[in-house]
Design a protein around this ligand. Sequence first.
Ligand code: AMP
Ligand code: ZN
Length: 478
Amino acid sequence: MLTLYNSLTRAAEPFTPVHPGEARVYSCGPTVYNYPHIGNMRAYVFADVLGRTLSWKGYKLTHVINITDVGHLTDDADAGEDKMEKMARVQAQSIWDIARHYTEAYWADIKALNVRQPAKWSIATDYVPQMIDFAKSIAERHCYELESGLYFDTATVADYGRLARSVTDEGESRIDPVAGKRNAADFAIWRKTPPGESRQMEWDSPWGRGAPGWHLECSVMSGDLLGFPFDIHTGGIDHREIHHPNEIAQNQAFCCTNGLDVPANSGARVWMHNNFLVERSGKMSKSTGEFLRLQLLIDRGFHPLAYRLMCLQAHYRSELEFSWDNLAAALTRLKRMLIAAERLRDAEPVAGEHPKLAPMLAAFDAAISDDLNTPLALTALEDVLAAKKVDAGVKRAMVERMDAVLGLDLLGKTREDLRLRPKVAGIGEGEIEAALERRKVARAEKDFAASDALRDELAVQGVEVMDGDPLGWEWKLA
Ligand code: AMP
Ligand code: ZN
């Protein structure tokens, strides 16, 4: 049995699919006005592990991730400027070029992190006619028009804000720039282009020329592609507060259903949220010069899969603190796993149970089925890698099975693949010599874990240790 934590009920629940044997999942995708930071990518590693787990459990998975290329304002709560329009203005480029460039950059990160391709990438601007139809169908009973656009009246649906729990209080205290709204939490589902202004992206609608609201997009694409109700909707924990309560309100209005005591009324039965990746010095913020992009990690010599492993080492509902040390530790761990897996690569996989591996398989399944406990699942996989006196083919088949869920590509990558050249070496000669001295001591004491860790730390700083170099060189800058 698979148990998943549903943010809507704040409880772990057994997963029961809407359509027997199937799992339909929608994940809120990135707003492609800038490069994603690695915190954003945590959201997709989480959604990927969820999808892989559903496949592991035998469900036929249909996963949709959207690309938001219109409508997301600089403030989630309906204020500010469209992020895309703003970036296009700042970079003096066409908004379509901006969208294409950053969508491709996001897809490159997805691939590097071994996130499986969803069944569909839905692009928001491809769905504008459907958004207008959706809005038309709820406008009369649930919306009202102001000069600036069409607004959703949150008082017209039962249990508004249940997902957030605190939204009403927040709504009251939020500074609300739109005059005439009936309730502070009401939100635009269509935003008219102000008179005398023009947008690069705008469409005609019964409420004037303008652009759809961000919340409308996700309701429309998820409903269109997966059918209401579908199984699981995912996003980062910030979406639990505004974006998803608003989607739920629209879905309720559209489906003509009432209160949220019946889970199906919210459009998706289960709402899941990953917690944040945090970084103390604020390097995650895209508004400060250099921010934590996957490419920055690569430039510093860290393979993207080390970041994936770092994500898996924490439960998705826990906050995860980023540090270079944590990342270096994850890289070392990944390397150990890869080295153990290398020995299995040439073996012909032999499927079937093995008495030695059976408890590990049971532990793995129990962990991943318990609301995706990846930290525990990882140790079960490591136990398989370390198992003695088990035929290589049997072991290989088991590693393949487990790694199909965790996605570390253990049988596809080699240790050479993990060795990336850092762009800049950030270490002086004295420090290098001192580290090598410590390493010699560790090796003399046969503490190979410590000696490997020292070598990896040096590698991260751009120094390659040259064991057994015929010219007797001990190290070089990579
Ligand atoms: P955005 O492009 O801003 O719409 O965000 C894309 C996804 O990343 C959403 O699911 C967000 O909730 C999620 N997200 C944003 N910041 C973080 C973070 N620091 N850690 C984890 N997820 C995040
Ligand atoms: Zn969304």
